[in-house]
Design a protein around this ligand. Structure first.
Ligand SMILES: NC(=O)c1ccc[n+]([C@@H]2O[C@H](COP(=O)([O-])OP(=O)(O)OC[C@H]3O[C@@H](n4cnc5c(N)ncnc54)[C@H](OP(=O)(O)O)[C@@H]3O)[C@@H](O)[C@H]2O)c1
Length: 261
């Protein structure tokens, strides 16, 4: 079944690439967006080879001018129509103890993990209000529901994203536009591979020990798969409920409705 077009940020690798593959297989036209255009082109090519519809899109979510350009490009590529759905997945996570995190650390996390998603939603909202339909899924994190040591900037930015998701969902009410969040615990992705390298470097643990440490942090003792996040995103895009927070902990999916039923 052919569906509308969806803009997926941070789609060049990891969770975003899994989301792009899942959505293309479900019939969405996918804008594969990230800073690294070459990888976006490769993935778009792969999706088209598998019978899907996809377009690579250069996008730095930390730069307002890049957002404006990407949204305009997506509209042009979509034959004049704005993407009907947005998956705000691009994100960064840098670890540092409180004594080493600077203003710049906090600003980088807020720009990429919060202001970028917010600005993209704001850029697409007028078209959705006009058409009476829009879908947003924000890929937040369990770090938007609880605290973790050494990633205060990451946690603060993800709490901001969850709070914004819920406020926008509440404000838009039943205008046909849904805004939801997924909050995975540790996911087996390139971002985790980098956290593992970091832990190995700072503690002298082996790679296997570092990996087991992160898996052990998840309530079920298992890493979340990229595919599980992608499946959850697809389900949220297809539903009509707004203000949902879906927590994926590696073994269980917990549905939260912080705004009330
Ligand atoms: N991995 C986990 O354990 C985990 C757990 C919970 C939530 N999450 C969240 O899931 C999302 C995806 O994580 P991941 O693990 O797949 O990370 P990843 O492997 O590091 O991939 C991050 C993606 O975001 C893109 N990106 C980074 N900065 C960007 C920017 N300024 N503008 C546009 N794109 C940008 C990257 O491409 P370019 O570098 O080419 O731009 C890449 O495609 C993030 O929001 C992350 O916080 C991850």
């Amino acid at each position: 079944m052919e569906r509308g077009n969806v803009l997926v940020t941070g789609a060049s690798r990891g969770i975003g690439a899994a989301i792009a593959r899942t959505l293309a297989a479900r019939g969405y036209g996918v804008f594969v967006a990230a800073r690294g255009l070459a990888r976006c082109k490769e993935l778009a090519h792969e999706l088209e080879g598998a019978g899907g519809r996809a377009w690579p899109l250069e996008l730095d979510v930390a730069a307002p001018a890049s957002i404006a350009r990407a949204v305009a490009d997506a509209r042009e590529l979509g034959g004049g129509a704005s993407p009907a759905a947005l998956v705000n997945n691009a994100g960064i996570a840098e670890s540092a103890p409180l004594s080493k995190a600077t203003d710049a650390t906090y600003e980088r996390h807020m720009d990429v993990n919060f202001h970028g998603p917010r600005r993209l939603i704001e850029a697409l909202l007028p078209a959705w209000k006009e058409s009476g339909r829009g879908r947003v899924v924000n890929v937040a994190s369990s770090a938007g529901l609880r605290g973790y040591a050494y990633v205060a900037a990451y946690c603060a930015s993800k709490f901001a994203l969850v709070g914004y998701t819920l406020a926008v969902a509440q404000e838009l009410g039943d205008r046909g536009i849904t805004v939801n969040a997924v909050c995975p615990h540790y996911v087996d992705s390139p971002m985790l591979a980098s956290a593992i390298r970091n832990l190995v470097g700072t503690t002298g643990r082996t790679e296997a020990e570092a990996r087991a440490f992160f898996a052990g942090q998840n309530p079920g003792g298992k890493l979340v798969s990229e595919a599980a996040v992608a499946e959850s995103v697809a389900e949220l895009l297809e539903g009509d409920e707004s203000g949902l927070v879906v927590e994926l902990d590696g073994t269980e999916t917990k549905l939260h409705r912080p705004n009330g039923a």
